[in-house]
Design a protein around this ligand. Structure first.
Ligand code: DGY
Length: 320
C-alpha cells in the first residue's frame, strides 16, 4: 500500500478508487488548504493528487521526500507545477486532457455571447431596478455572423470553441505552433494566420494556449493597440497570459470594445479596475465546472496515479 495525498476536495468516484488500493490522506474542507498545512500533509507521500490551486515546487517536493513518485494534477493546465523540478527528482507529472474540452468550450462561447451582446450589463440594469425601455438604439451589441473568431492555441479546446462559433456563423482563423490536421481545417474552413495577423484582423480573439514563460503577458499594451477598436478579447485559458492592467486600460480607453474573462492574473484576486467596467464580463474560473466534467477529471487523475503506483506506463504524462 502506498501513501497518497489528495490536496483538495475531489468527487467521490476518483477518491474511492484511490482509497480502494492505497492509504489516502485527503484535504476534506471546502476552503483550499493553506501552504503550511500542505507542506506538512505531503510528508512521506508516494503520490500526490493535486488541484490547480496548489503550487508544486521545490520546497513542496523537499517536504514530500525522495520516495515521491508522481504528481497527478486534477486539471488539464499544469502551470501550478514546476515540471522541471519534478523531472530532476524522477517524479512523474500527469494531467487530465480531453474530459473538460466541451465544458470549457461552452464557457468560451458563453463569454463570446455575453461580451458581444452586453448580457452582463443588461442583467445588472434589471437587478439594480434601473429604469429602462426597449428602444431602437438601446444597448446594442455586435452580431457574430460573418465576424472573424481568432483562436490563439488551436488545441482541443480551441477547436471545440471554433465548432460552436462556426455554428453561430463566425469565420474561423487561428494560430498554433504545429500544423492543424487537414480534416479539421476543412471542417471549420479555418484559416491559419501569424499571431500578429490574427490580433489585427479578428473581431473576437479567444485565448486557448497553455500558460508558460513563453505565453506570459502574450496580450499586453502593444497587442491591444493593434486590435480593432470594435474587437473583443476572451480568456478561458490562464490569467497571466493577459497583462490585466493593460487590458483595463485598453477597455477603459476604448482601444478594444470588450472582454470576457474566466481567469485572472492573480486569481482569485481580480484587478479592481475590471470591476468598474461595464464592457468586461467576469466569471470565477468556471471552465470545467460541471458535475460530469469534475467527476471525469477526478477519475482520470486517479487512473493516472494508480497506474504509476502500479509501475505501469503512465497515461497523460506531461513533460517540460
Ligand atoms: C484546467 O483543467 O486547467 C481548468 O482550468 C480547470 O477548470
Amino acid at each position: 500500500m502506498a501513501r497518497v495525498v489528495v490536496t483538495g476536495k475531489i468527487p467521490s468516484g476518483g477518491l474511492e478508487r484511490l482509497k480502494a488500493e492505497h492509504e489516502v490522506t485527503a484535504w476534506e474542507k471546502d476552503d483550499a488548504i493553506s501552504r503550511a498545512e500542505l507542506l506538512t500533509m505531503v510528508a512521506g507521500a508516494d503520490a500526490i493528487v493535486s488541484l490547480l490551486t496548489e503550487k508544486i515546487d521545490d520546497k513542496l517536493l523537499d517536504s514530500a521526500g525522495p520516495q515521491l513518485k508522481s504528481v497527478s494534477n486534477v486539471a488539464v493546465g499544469y502551470n501550478n507545477i514546476d515540471v522541471p523540478a519534478c523531472e530532476k527528482r524522477g517524479v512523474l507529472v500527469t494531467n487530465t486532457p480531453g474530459v473538460l474540452t466541451e465544458a470549457t468550450a461552452d464557457i468560451a462561447m458563453s463569454l463570446i455571447l455575453m461580451a458581444t451582446r452586453r448580457l452582463g450589463e443588461g442583467e445588472r440594469v434589471i437587478r439594480a431596478q434601473e429604469p429602462w425601455q426597449w428602444g431602437m438604439f438601446y444597448m446594442l451589441g455586435m452580431g457574430l455572423q460573418g465576424r472573424q473568431l481568432g483562436i490563439v492555441g488551436m488545441g482541443q479546446i480551441g477547436i471545440a470553441t471554433a465548432r460552436r462559433a462556426k455554428a453561430f456563423g463566425m469565420n474561423i482563423a487561428y494560430t498554433r505552433r504545429s500544423p492543424l490536421e487537414d480534416n479539421v481545417v476543412k471542417e471549420l474552413d479555418a484559416k491559419y494566420m501569424s499571431m500578429d495577423e490574427l490580433i489585427e484582423s479578428s473581431d473576437v480573439l479567444s485565448l486557448h494556449c497553455p500558460y508558460s514563460p513563453a505565453t506570459h503577458h502574450l496580450m499586453s499594451e502593444n497587442q491591444f493597440a493593434r486590435m480593432k477598436k470594435t474587437a473583443f478579447l476572451i480568456n478561458t485559458a490562464r490569467g497571466p497570459i493577459v497583462h490585466e492592467q493593460a487590458l483595463v486600460d485598453a477597455l477603459k480607453s476604448g482601444q478594444i470594445a470588450g472582454a470576457g474573462l474566466d481567469v485572472f492574473e492573480n486569481e482569485p484576486a481580480v484587478n479592481p479596475g475590471l470591476l468598474e467596467l461595464d464592457n468586461a464580463v467576469l466569471i470565477p474560473h468556471l471552465g470545467s465546472a460541471t458535475v460530469e466534467t469534475r467527476a471525469a477529471m477526478a477519475d482520470i487523475a486517479a487512473t493516472n496515479a494508480l497506474a504509476i503506483l502500479a509501475g505501469a506506463q503512465a497515461p497523460n504524462l506531461v513533460t517540460s
